[in-house]
Design a protein around this ligand. Structure first.
Ligand SMILES: [Zn+2]
Ligand SMILES: [Zn+2]
Length: 357
């Protein structure tokens, strides 16, 4: 399997800054999120994009990746234990350079998987932020055995597969000759010890599925499709390994009066022709409730925009509220009774056609 280059995946140059990488990631994560994108390759793409971001966003991992490529970064985590059987990959080349010890064979607990949850917000909640209670089903370390997989009080014996070493040596041949690969023992997961009496609660898995209620603070200014990451709220990792992250994808319900453009709110105001021509003061509804008197100047044209500063929505980045933009539409009367028609005809005679411009 050929791994795609992380920079290529995110569509950024190799000297891209943190911000550029983050922006590229956000865009792609939205595009490929399995909840939004139903194409069959979406899940795989989404995973790859996340993987690329996790590496390039971490200065140390990025340095390793820049020097050694995919082999250097979380090999064991990505390929799983079975992966080491596929010979002929980059791993073998890497062995050739580094005296036969694969970086990925490094022992240690694995990080838990990420969880993805969609959350529905009202327009107002998204604009001003809200605290939400969220229910997730996730695996956690077993409360009885604390993830050790053994019944409390029972002894843990030496693993028979690796004879307690926690590692297995594998000899592989390729074009460059023979290489010894050291891989974590799949039976004991590198711990060197095996459970004699499995925990009665989790039946030796070390984990339990739990329904968890989480209080989540949604910041002001999130939009439909915004993704939030809660570190450490995903699936449990191995004992000693960190849990995965919880990704929240926001879905925002539309509002009957307002729509959004970033941090600005758009409100459409219909004016009669006399109102637009003579000017008026009109109470405009505000998203937070109540109204604001807005002066419409005489001679206002259709398509013009009136602005109420600071009455838009919160902004994730600069913490300022955007503006309320009032988009004016001047209505042309459709059904005129006799008197209105007469008045308009008089007006027409008075102004003449050149006034229309
Ligand atoms: Zn247990
Ligand atoms: Zn073992």
């Amino acid at each position: 399997m050929r791994e795609r280059d992380y920079y290529e995946l995110l569509g950024v140059p190799r000297n891209a800054g943190e911000d550029e990488i983050r922006r590229a990631y956000r865009k792609l994560a939205l595009e490929w999120h399995p909840d939004r994108n139903k194409s069959p390759e979406a899940e795989q793409q989404f995973k790859q994009v996340n993987e690329a971001y996790e590496t390039l966003n971490d200065p140390q991992k990025r340095r390793m990746y820049d020097r050694y490529g995919h082999v250097a970064v979380g090999e064991a985590e990505r390929r799983g234990f079975e992966g080491f059987d596929s010979s002929g990959g980059l791993g073998d080349l890497f062995d050739a350079f580094f005296g036969g010890v694969t970086m990925g064979a490094e022992r240690g607990p694995r990080r838990g998987a990420d969880l993805h949850v969609a959350i529905a917000l009202t327009f107002v909640e998204a604009a001003f932020g809200v605290e939400k209670e969220l229910e997730v089903v996730r695996s956690e370390l077993c409360g009885r055995c604390k993830g050790s997989r053994a019944e409390p009080g029972t002894s843990v014996g030496r693993c028979t597969t690796c004879r307690g070493n926690g590692q297995l040596r594998r000899t592989q041949s390729n074009l460059f000759g023979q290489f010894v690969q050291i891989v974590p023992c799949p039976t004991c997961r590198g711990e060197g010890q095996a459970v004699q009496t499995p925990c009665s609660e989790c039946r030796g898995s070390g984990r339990q599925r739990r329904n968890r209620k989480l209080e989540v603070q949604i910041p002001a200014g999130v939009e439909d499709g915004t993704q939030l990451r809660l570190t450490g709220e995903g699936e449990a990792g191995d004992v000693g390994g960190p849990p995965g992250g919880l990704y929240l994808t926001v879905a925002v319900k539309p509002h009957p009066l307002f729509r959004r453009e970033g941090a600005h709110l758009i409100y459409e105001l219909a004016l009669s022709f006399p109102q637009a021509a003579l000017g008026d003061t009109i109470p405009i509804p505000l998203l937070e409730g109540g109204t604001e008197e807005v002066k419409v100047p005489a001679g206002t044209q259709t398509g013009s925009v009136l602005r109420v500063r600071g009455k838009g929505v919160g902004d994730l980045t600069n913490k300022h509220r955007g503006d309320l933009l009032i988009l004016v539409r001047v209505l042309t009367p459709k059904h005129l009774d006799g008197r209105a028609k007469k008045l308009l005809e008089e007006l027409h005679k008075l102004l003449g056609p050149e006034q229309a411009r």
